[in-house]
Ligand binder design. Structure first.
Ligand code: EPZ
Length: 424
């Protein structure tokens, strides 16, 4: 992606963030809920849906299939009555990862689907073998062509499926394929991320029969039809964690008005370890980063409920402000340390070898010109810039807009000096 001057922001750092902020609706909950809406031949509503690039992209894909969509504030209406087309061009699916979970929904609704290969961040190979595995197990015949995947099946049949390894997206794929399939499907070795629980809650409101969501084994009894969904998109746990990292990096104190209940435990344990403090009070989360000063001897990312890979980069930005040596191991994706080189330009000293990164922090990072290459690393650069002395220009801001609805506005409201140079 070419980076032009429209695609950058300027941050002047060195000031502790102060104040309160509300967190957007969850990107990673909204996207599968949008795919689930395809399973009803009428109108569904996602309330409090984040207005971010990935949601707009999924909207475009659903329109390609014949759906119509409209917004009322942050409420997204999806009318899938006419969504009977079954082909999605590669130029749309290539823009993000979640497009692939539409395959199961298309099979569930129209018995076939053809789509371009999914895209997404450059944080690793991101194969889709587990997605195709679960669909084949349910009877779909899949042709994996030149950048295209086509799937067809008279009617998906429920069966017992053991995932060779757990995957958030493939678990969602299996659930979306099973809710209208014939008979019972038992998915074993499922991922347990909260977004899977939210997807199942949404589907159950539509009339799906599901048990065990949030555990390793999910049972789904297929039904004939589903009614329209209408549910609030939950608060984004990764956006909330990103904002807490901003408070830690700037040694500030913030209040999150709508914290995602019980979804940040592993992160908050680490927050305390580095010297942060927090307390829940009348449904809000008060976080005090003023005492952040302890390096982290070792932390590894894990599947939920372990420390989330999506907060690894924002945490690295915090550790880059803490003198001493911290050590992070990234177990989920193969290439999620792209941030290291940019932090080193700002005065940190991050050494990377395979899945390990060692961070020697610097209490006074200096602003300079840096470049985002993917979503969470881009957000982490904003945190580092807010902590650094002087001014930082961050190129590649469009990566950040894929997943954060108001990150510039929110940090400015917390006292951050952040200028969205020209991007709308
Ligand atoms: C989801 O991606 C999230 N994206 C990711 O968030 C998140 O990092 C990830 O789950 C892990 O929590 C959305 O929900 C849209 P996986 P997903 O399948 O489903 C490998 C963000 O920043 N794998 O659990 O793609 C895969 O390569 C994004 O918001 C296969 O080998 O994650 C990875 O190494 C980034 N074959 C591991 O499994 C497959 O068929 C976990 O991936 C699928 C995945």
């Amino acid at each position: 992606m070419g980076v032009n001057s429209m695609d950058e922001i300027r941050v002047t750092g060195g000031k502790p963030l102060r104040g309160s902020v509300s967190v957007q609706g969850s990107k990673n909950a909204a996207l599968p809920m949008m795919a689930a809406s395809l399973l009803h031949r009428g109108v569904s509503v996602l309330r409090g849906c984040p207005k971010i690039a990935d949601v707009y992209c999924m909207e475009e894909i659903l329109k390609e299939l014949g759906a119509s969509t409209w917004w009322r504030g942050n409420d997204l209406y999806l009318d899938c009555a006419g969504a009977d087309r079954t082909e999605v061009p590669g130029d749309k699916t290539g823009k993000m990862r979640s497009s692939v979970i539409l395959l199961g929904a298309m099979l569930g609704r129209n018995r076939k689907g053809l789509m371009g290969y999914p895209g997404g961040c450059v944080i690793g190979r991101r194969p889709i073998d587990l997605h195709l595995y679960v669909l084949k197990k349910m009877g779909a015949s899949i042709a994996d062509g030149e950048g295209y995947i086509s799937a067809v099946c008279p009617r998906l049949a429920g069966t017992e499926i053991l995932f060779p390894k757990s995957s958030v997206g493939a678990t969602e794929q299996g659930i979306l394929a099973a809710v209208l399939a014939e008979g019972e499907t038992v998915l074993c070795r499922c991922a347990c991320e909260p977004e899977i629980v939210w997807l199942c809650r949404y589907l159950k409101k539509m009339g799906a029969k599901i048990q065990g969501e949030g555990s390793r084994e999910i049972r789904i009894q297929g039904v004939e039809t589903l009614s329209g969904g209408d549910m609030k998109v939950p608060a984004d746990r990764i956006a909330a964690g990103t904002y807490l990292c901003a408070a830690a990096a700037t040694r500030g104190k913030i209040v999150i008005e709508n914290p995602p209940e019980g979804e940040l435990d592993a992160f908050l344990q680490v927050y305390r370890k580095i010297g942060g403090q927090y307390e829940g009070k009348s449904g809000k989360l008060i976080a005090d980063g003023s005492g952040v000063r302890f390096p982290l001897p070792f932390l590894e990312t894990e599947e939920y409920p372990g420390f989330p890979t999506d907060l690894q980069s924002p945490l690295m930005a915090v550790l880059a402000t803490i003198p001493g040596e911290s050590h992070i191991r990234e177990n989920i994706f193969e290439d999620r340390f792209k941030l290291a080189g940019e932090l080193n330009k700002m005065g940190a000293s991050v050494a990377v070898s395979g899945r390990d990164a060692w961070i020697r922090g610097n209490a006074s990072l200096s602003g300079c010109e840096v470049k985002a290459e993917e979503l969470r690393g881009g957000a982490a650069l904003i945190l580092a810039a807010l902590a650094a002395q002087g001014s930082t220009v961050i190129k590649g801001y469009s990566f950040v807009r894929r997943g954060y609805e108001h990150i510039c506005r929110d940090f400015a409201a917390l006292g951050g000096i952040i200028e969205d140079t020209g991007t709308t």
